[in-house]
Design a protein around this ligand. Sequence first.
Ligand code: FES
Ligand code: FE2
Length: 225
Amino acid sequence: MSLTRVAVYRRRIAASIERVRENVLDWEHLPWLHAESFGHVRLLERRRGGFRAETSTRREDGEPMAERDAFEIDVAFEEGGLEYHSRTLTGRGAGADIVTRLTPDGSATEIEVEFLVPDVPAERIERVGAGFLALYARLWDQDEVMMVRRQALLDGVLPRGSREVCVDGERLRHATVCPHLGGPLESAPVEEGCITCPWHGYRFDVRTGCSVDGRGLRLATSRVA
Ligand code: FES
Ligand SMILES: [Fe+2]
């Protein structure tokens, strides 16, 4: 199997290398923050500096791919934490190796992503490369917003707001910062009294503040008099 470099993506991310590393190892956000790109994720193995997971992409009409189209990915940092590989182990695209190099620059990080894809005929290189560039621009746009908010939270400068909602005729107030990693709950949907965070999909009962997915976290909530 020969690997072809189909494209290279470069950009500057307005977040420190610590936030970038945190984001890369955050397997859980894939089908939530990148809901239009990933169908699901299931962690298979977690280790220092990497993980292996089963995931799937979405079809162009937004529907998740069939179960049989799931594939395994392995994300692994090299020693030193300045380079990592996202390898497709099984399924469609098996053998692909996406290599990302990180260069810290103060509170920002320069990234360079090289897409190495197996068995691409010469006449398809440009098209396959363009697909990766469009996908990665969107993924990094979404990740950057998350990293910037995470940093503001850690720096103690993220405004701690609340939102009023009505559940079964009762006026309630809930915090707009998710107790998991600080995701934005300002516009998160509330259904049957439960709110779902857009970053990792954790759910909380707005009436009690309790996790409803067994995670043991608590969202600050109160009744409006
Ligand atoms: S920040 Fe992770 S679920 Fe809200
Ligand atoms: Fe991401």
